[in-house]
Design a binder for this molecule. Structure first.
Ligand code: PLP
Length: 405
């Protein structure tokens, strides 16, 4: 990691890259001219705006290159959440007579809460379950789809566990049944190769800040031929697909981030997975009553979701923070909400483990030295918390969430 120092705290070990990533120095460098020198509105007709328009189109090409898409299939949005909302909204407007939506019980709130809102408006929504390893059974989707289904939205990789879903099989089935298929690929793009020439996906969401570009920039991929009903209405930007003056510097930054990711994806995937495994094995060896949540064979290379039994995740995170380690429990967008993660609940993680879960997520900037430092600190924190915890395998967890006795 590029060293991060925090006032009064010293060096930070940043292990929360699924929440957000540091902007790559190359990305900052590419953005700078568009924050100062090249400030023209890309829609204006004069010369100084032309180079701004060209920069946007170059970025569009770089993003398309990473995805195996064509440049005119890329629509810029403000974030992953907007892309998700816009995709679902478009499908429902396209088929107003269809009143059924299929998604999963473990989506990010950007899809989950949109789907819940649809329920409130009278739509029928199927939330597909996952098994205890966080895996989705495509046969359940096949059984749920019917003539009333307007859209299926299934994420590519889960943000909490990193577990992949079989979007190739799901997309192929949706195509066969004439149902639009959207995937939230916010966590996978830039971490693993994705080739939309081969994947039967109609719409895909990604977000800049998960791959070393800035916050506040996202993309909705729209396969050619899929008709789109805009969510943000106004001017003619983005070929009429998304109104609003473009976030030029961030678009340029996202283009550069995608080019960087594409150039190094294979080596980075291997190197990051090796560090993740070192952290995971080290913690499992050093801390008893500890387990990994999710299918370890099919998950993002940078993510591990570890439950430390009989203690509270929030207490662990506070102690980690005090020690300068950034990690999280669940999605950054739902942290602060009460109760265990909806993802771990859907996986039926045993009660003695569900509250003590911590997600560690690495990036290309994580170093072996940082992992070793984390391994020196975290087991001590866990041991200390266990000494204070009223819950043990012997005493049980019957009073979990209540007073200690
Ligand atoms: N989808 C997934 C899977 C995510 O992990 C996130 C962010 O954590 C989002 C959507 C939302 O992206 P953004 O923060 O750009 O709105």
């Amino acid at each position: 990691m590029r060293e991060v120092y925090f006032e009064k705290k010293g060096k930070i070990l940043y292990l929360d890259n699924n929440a957000t990533t540091a902007i790559a120095p190359e990305v900052i460098e590419a953005m700078q001219p568009y924050l100062w020198e090249h400030f023209g509105n890309p829609s204006s007709a004069y010369t100084i705006s032309r180079c701004v328009r060209r920069a946007i189109e170059e970025a569009r090409g770089q993003i398309a290159g990473l995805l195996g898409a064509d440049a005119d299939e890329i629509v810029f949005t403000s974030c992953g959440t907007e892309s998700d909302n816009a995709a679902l909204n478009s499908a429902l407007e396209e088929y107003p007579e269809r009143r059924h939506v299929i998604t999963t019980a473990v989506e990010h709130p950007a899809v989950l809460n949109f789907a819940r809102r649809l329920q409130g408006k009278g739509y029928r929504v199927t939330f597909l379950p996952v098994d205890p390893l966080g895996r989705l059974d495509p046969d359940q989707l096949k059984a749920a789809i019917d003539a009333d289904t307007a859209v299926v939205s299934v994420m590519h990789a889960n943000n909490e566990t990193g577990v992949f879903f079989p979007i190739d099989e799901i997309g192929a089935f949706c195509r066969e049944r004439g149902v639009l298929f959207h995937t939230d690929a916010v966590q996978s793009i830039g971490k693993v190769p994705v080739d939309l020439k081969k994947l039967p996906v109609d719409m895909l969401s990604l977000s800049g800040h998960k791959l070393h570009a800035p916050k506040g920039i996202g993309v909705l991929y729209l396969r050619k031929g899929v008709s789109f009903n805009p969510y943000v209405i106004g001017g003619h930007q983005e070929d009429g697909h998304r109104a609003g003056t473009e976030n030029v510097a961030s678009i340029v930054g996202l283009g550069r981030a995608c080019a960087l990711a594409g150039a190094h994806i294979a080596e980075e995937q291997t190197a990051v997975a090796a560090l993740r495994d070192r952290l995971e094995h080290g913690l499992l060896q050093r801390c008893h009553d500890t387990r990994v949540n999710g299918d370890c064979e099919h998950r993002l290379p940078n993510t591990t979701n570890i439950s430390f039994g009989y203690i509270e995740g929030e207490a662990i995170l506070m102690k980690l923070d005090a020690a300068g380690i950034c990690a999280s429990s669940g999605s950054a967008c739902s942290s602060g909400s009460d109760g265990p993660s909806h993802v771990l609940q859907a996986m039926a993680v045993p009660v003695e483990y569900i509250r003590g879960s911590v997600r560690f997520s690495l990036s290309r900037y994580t170093t072996a030295d940082e992992i070793d430092q984390a391994l020196a600190i975290i087991p001590r924190i866990i041991a200390d918390l266990r000494l204070l915890s009223p819950w043990t395998p012997e005493r049980g967890i019957a009073c979990w969430g209540k007073s200690a006795d």
